[in-house]
Design a protein around this ligand. Sequence first.
Ligand code: HEC
Length: 240
Amino acid sequence: MKFRYILAAMVVLPVTLLAAGSQLLGWNNLGMHCMDSDYSVFSILPPYNTIEAQLIVGGKLVTNGSGYTVTYQAVVDASGSLNSTAMGKGNYYSYATALYGAVLGPEGGLAGWNMPGTNNTPQGMLFEATNHPAAGVATPVNWWRAEGIPISPYDDARNKNPYPMMRLIAKSGSTPIATNDIVLPVSDEMDCRACHASGTMAAAQPAAGWVWSGISERDFRLNILRLHDEHQFLQHGALY
Ligand code: HEC
């Protein structure tokens, strides 16, 4: 009855962690983060999901993070899908340095927040009283943030799951006081093939002709680069 045991553990854990009067609210900062399905030609978006979380203790929003920690880690969803690692899921890590100038270690994210890895090591979040400068004028947020986690829509069994889940755990000192399981929606279905795949839409055919490399994932991207470069050349008389 190993299965039953695991199920019981999954259900009981959050309850035992809950202390009276503490609640953890967490969310992904976008409805759905898009990423490329292939990075070998160009990139529109890297894998980059961001979590924000607020802690309520004794009915009040925590506005000073000292003494508390909030972490995230992978958690199995109701269908048994777990997404703990970014490794071995596509070619992002082979091209991240060329595309984004970042030297990333295993599980590494562009903003310094990583995937938990197959050991599912809880990853720390950063408390912020105001939002970070990239968002413009600073406004009070009082949240913990983990920016740019490189999660993909492929779970650890390599099945597609655009709604992977993470467990947030808040601690006071070393004592868990609240937890919450949230979704990090991510899609790699952003696709330009309807018009840019070789042989499709005549209006999108590059003057130099369609690319036929035998790999359709590459062809539509190379067609786009050809078009882009031809337009730049026409408009500016030279490339770039
Ligand atoms: C509904 C059809 C359609 C879709 C979908 C589409 N494109 Fe295009 N795209 C075109 C057409 C047609 C042109 C050529 C326009 C022209 O020659 O003026 C074009 C041109 C371009 C150019 C060259 C523009 C320039 O001025 O340099 C780029 C870059 C481009 N597309 C990128 C993309 C990307 C990236 C995607 C997917 C995220 C995409 N397109 C999806 C139809 C489409």
